[in-house]
Design a protein around this ligand. Structure first.
Ligand SMILES: N[C@@H](CCC(=O)N[C@@H](CS)C(=O)NCC(=O)O)C(=O)O
Length: 201
């Protein structure tokens, strides 16, 4: 059985849990408390030398890490990843966008406000983080005003990758009030059969 190492509040972990749920794939869950350094133990570093969740241990013992790589592996051959070459590249385009232009702003603000608090250094970075997050949301809004999903008119792992931290963006003090297309897309995903909230194991 697939074995997921995760921390329930993590959006990166939630991407993987949501894909597993939507695909109906059973899995075993081991929770690691990132706030207590449980991803930095020798035992876990032997699984992911980068010391971070999520990590997915496959049936043959191979451990895959990096949330979007795990999504790509799970989705291959399913409705969550198109077969067309250009559409697959567009899925990757949005997943790289998520990691470079979205997560470092929206996920980080949420983490600071909810888990670490804001020290002087973080307070200095706050305006830039908010600016970067809103820039990412504006890019998403313009795409979703023209199409129901990011790629090919159907739900894909590009949507799951971006959903994870967007649906909790308010926890980072981002206001989605001026992004109606994003809010409609969030509702479409939450209505998917098999959907489970971020707090579900
Ligand atoms: N790019 C990675 C980011 C993974 C990541 O930052 N994980 C965080 C939780 S969201 C973590 O494990 N932090 C614990 C630590 O750094 O010790 C991914 O998408 O999987």
């Amino acid at each position: 059985m697939l074995h997921l190492y995760d921390y329930l509040a993590s959006g990166n972990g939630y991407k993987v849990r949501l894909a597993l749920r939507l695909l109906g794939r059973p899995y075993r869950l081991t929770e690691l408390d990132i706030l207590k350094g449980e991803t930095r133990t020798p035992a876990f570093l032997a699984k992911n030398p980068n010391g971070r969740i999520p990590a997915l241990e496959l049936e043959d013992g191979t451990v895959l890490w990096e949330s979007n790589a795990i999504l790509f592996y799970l989705a291959d051959g399913t409705r969550l990843l198109p077969t067309d070459r250009l559409l697959r590249a567009q899925v990757l385009q949005w997943m790289f966008f998520e990691q470079y232009s979205h997560e470092p702003y929206i996920a980080v603000m949420r983490f600071w406000l909810h888990y670490t608090g804001l020290d002087e250094d973080k307070l200095r970075q706050r305006a830039k983080k908010m600016e970067g997050g809103y820039a990412a949301l504006a890019v998403m809004e313009s795409r979703l005003a023209a199409a129901p999903y990011f790629v090919g008119g159907a739900l894909s792992i590009a949507d799951l990758a971006l959903y994870a931290y967007t649906h909790v963006a308010h926890e980072g003090e981002f206001d989605l009030g001026r992004f109606p297309a994003i809010r409609a897309w969030l509702a479409r995903i939450a209505a998917e059969p098999g959907y489970a909230p971020i707090t579900a194991g």
